[in-house]
Design a protein around this ligand. Structure first.
Ligand code: HEC
Length: 410
């Protein structure tokens, strides 16, 4: 009799256990339905992971994550080793994850919902699934690190963000004419939108997690820039900055702009996310042969100008929402060609201010700047020529512009 009772309780409890695992999963599925399947749906689901009822379980339980192969999407009985749980917990500092927190572009799940998922992960019957194997420290480069910037380019300066594997990026950079139309007729020039713009098409490709290659072409100079960005050190616990470099050259295909048509450049990239909202960037920059005009006149004599320009790009990104930020850049030139006196080319230190919005793999940014230049060799050497260094003398003289960035992952 006693044996029968024990057996009964045993059966009941092991049944009850399995039952509660199933019940909990039903609740979890409701959460997926409400917050996740719009993206993680059945046709070509985002991240290769469908969370649709019927297939979600086998898509996540014990399945390695794409973004961090060391962790499984759901590791039975180990919530913080479960990559999916980390993504919804959104505590990057303690439980690192790559890419974006989930659900993307939406409010964090409620504490109840997070707890339901946690309870479910803790409810895997151990006789079937075994005890959890803790991996606690996922020593994966892409897991521990974090990206300090929302985009690979702040406004003109490259950031320490790299594309990450299996990603390509297409960018359109556009700078309208001076808002006063070059004269003083701000309204007549429709804030510069009517006048000659600089338009640039850029294509970048990830060669490795920490290495991108970029090719871009910009009118009206018809110049082509080729560069690599390499960021081997990424900010992570114990490493307060991301460090790398950006190096390449600019080639002027138009012969009438100047004779210095081949101009190499190199920039050191140092970026750091200081707090949840604020990231800063320092970019010591060297561009060689940065004056396109080969000859300049000084004290009445002509001489060959093969000077370089040294400048330090300074930038900041203030995230007032998880996916939106105010961006700013100032690039003081320290040495070399600055475009001013000798060549009668009144250039000034470049500044730009932007408003950036990121949605999934898109970044959209509107901005104002004192330069139309987009290529490294040019914006580092100074603003595009403006007559005065004062914002509002003779009508405001800056440019409106925008950057559109789209990533493709496969
Ligand atoms: C608006 C679209 C969208 C929504 C909604 C969304 N995701 Fe995602 N998810 C993505 C995208 C895009 C990726 C791939 C890269 C990234 O993080 O940007 C992704 C990746 C993931 C990954 C990584 C998969 C892997 O194998 O590494 C997990 C886990 C994840 N999402 C869980 C969730 C969960 C859980 C929800 C709901 C609470 C959710 N997502 C809601 C768009 C979305």
């Amino acid at each position: 009799m006693r044996f029968a009772v024990v057996l009964c309780i045993g059966l009941f409890s092991s049944n009850g256990y399995a039952q509660s695992h199933a019940d909990l999963f039903a609740k979890v599925q409701t959460i997926f339905n409400n917050h996740c399947v719009s993206c993680h749906g059945s046709d070509e689901p985002t991240g290769g992971m469908s969370l649709v009822a019927g297939v979600s379980y086998k898509n996540i339980v014990n399945v390695p994550s794409n973004e961090n192969g060391q962790l499984r999407r759901i590791a039975p009985n180990a919530p913080t080793d479960s990559y999916l749980f980390r993504k919804i917990l959104q505590e990057r500092e303690r439980w690192p994850f790559a890419e974006d927190p989930m659900p993307l572009d939406a409010d964090k799940l409620s504490t109840d919902e997070i707890n339901t998922i946690k309870d479910w992960i803790n409810s895997f019957p151990q006789d079937v699934w075994g005890a959890a194997k803790n991996i606690t420290v996922a020593d994966n480069h892409s897991a521990g690190e974090k990206e300090s910037f929302l985009a690979t380019q702040l406004i003109n300066l490259p950031t320490t963000r790299t594309l990450g594997q299996k990603t390509a990026e297409f960018r359109i950079l556009h700078r309208f004419g001076l808002i006063n139309g070059g004269g003083s007729n701000t309204f007549g020039a429709f804030f510069g939108l009517d006048n000659g713009a600089f338009t640039s098409i850029n294509l970048s490709l990830a060669l490795r997690n920490d290495l991108d290659i970029l090719v871009r072409r910009t009118g009206p100079f018809k110049d082509i820039e080729v560069a690599v960005k390499y960021v081997p050190v990424k900010q992570k616990p114990g490493m307060p900055v991301s460090l790398g470099f950006y190096a390449g050259f600019d080639w002027l295909s138009r012969k009438d702009i100047g004779k210095n048509r081949f101009a190499p450049n190199i920039q050191i990239l140092a970026g750091s996310q200081l707090s949840k909202d604020l990231s800063i960037l320092a970019v010591p920059s060297f561009t060689f042969k940065s004056n396109h005009n080969e000859t300049v006149v000084k004290n009445g004599t002509e001489y060959k100008d093969t000077r370089y320009t040294m400048a330090v790009g300074l930038g900041a990104q203030y995230q007032f929402k998880p996916n939106a930020a105010i961006t700013g850049e100032f690039i003081p030139r320290l040495d070399g060609y600055k475009g001013i006196k000798e060549s009668q080319d009144p250039r000034f230190n470049t500044w730009s201010l932007g408003l950036l919005y990121k949605i999934r793999l898109h970044v959209f940014q509107v901005l104002i700047s004192n330069t139309q230049f987009l290529h490294t060799t040019q914006y580092v050497a100074g603003s595009s020529a403006i007559t005065e260094n004062k914002l509002f003398k003779g009508g405001a003289n800056f440019h409106f512009g925008f950057n559109i960035i789209r990533q493709f992952k496969w």
